[in-house]
Design a protein around this ligand. Structure first.
Ligand SMILES: [Zn+2]
Length: 58
């Protein structure tokens, strides 16, 4: 799956349970050998922001 800032992804909002969020920021994470980034997402319904880790294959 391709992640980039501005794209919409399926993810449950912890606030309103809407399942579509927009990626607003991606931050590289250093603790893993694999390429892991922290995705910051904003709910398209209520505007709540939350983060989650995503793994990249390349
Ligand atoms: Zn929401």
């Amino acid at each position: 799956m391709q992640y980039e800032v501005g794209s919409m992804i399926k993810n449950h909002c912890m606030n309103c349970y809407h399942d579509e969020q927009k990626i607003i920021e991606m931050v590289p994470n250093e603790f893993s050998e694999k390429v892991v980034k922290m995705l910051w997402m904003q709910c398209t319904k209520c505007g709540n922001t939350q983060s989650r880790l995503a793994q990249f294959d390349d």
